[in-house]
Design a protein around this ligand. Sequence first.
Ligand code: R5P
Length: 291
Amino acid sequence: MILPLPGNEAMAASLATRLDAELGVLECRRFPDGESYVRVVSDVSGKQVDLVCTLAAPDAQFLSLIFAGETVRELGATSVRLIAPYLAYMRQDARFSAGEAISSLHVARLLSRSFDAIITVDPHLHRRRSLDEIFAVPTAIVHAAPLLADWIARHVEEPVLIGPDRESEQWVAHVAERAGAPHAVAEKQRLGDKAVKVALPDLGAWRGRRPVLIDDIVSSGRTMVEAARALSALGMKKPYCLTVHALFAEDAYADLLGVAAQVISTDTIPHASNALSVADLVAAQALAPTP
Ligand code: R5P
């Protein structure tokens, strides 16, 4: 059974169709004082249940998600998996300043208590090599790189792919190889939540090509916007901007539309820029044996 948390109905329906699974019903609402109410409406007894919840607004969703996972288990499901196309909090993977919470660790611990396994799409792994370092239950990662690469190959003439920072190098190289395009990576310096500096490498060899900026997450949008501005300062064409997870906080989308030729994302988070669906890839992973 596929059981969506609110806001995840479209992805859940896509998955249920692809997996030939029953689409279950969960009721979630708020009490007048703001507490979360969760009711598992469908009969989950004896079933393998996949809860679908992309964690794009994690603080508002988290308690309902835990209540749902625990209740499905109490009601006799044989297994309770979480399909979280976007897994929040993974960027806070270190104590950057003294006393900071390493939130990725705490989120992983909490989810590991309430779910038997986790499936997600391109989690932000920087200082950690694997989700297994922080999750106590099996995890599986779906990679959206082929979707991005094939879109670029189909839609962009003479592209040059650009990753915004060094940590994106391997990922960008992989997308570029599949798209049959050259790639480069910029140097990024984060000065604050909404302030970054992006320095481009020498792009002289590819001046006539169409720049394609790719990043795993667009949140404040500053990384992509600053990279696009730097390209413009070099006299290059407006970039195509591709991302896996379209968080687009506040005015980020409008800001990016102002400097991009086109903005494209996958549907891990429902957003106006969604043009690529991860549903086939997630469904295939859901059918694979649990690692
Ligand atoms: C961070 O390392 C990620 O790969 C993204 O570059 C980052 O999350 C983008 O954030 P923002 O849109 O706020 O600049």
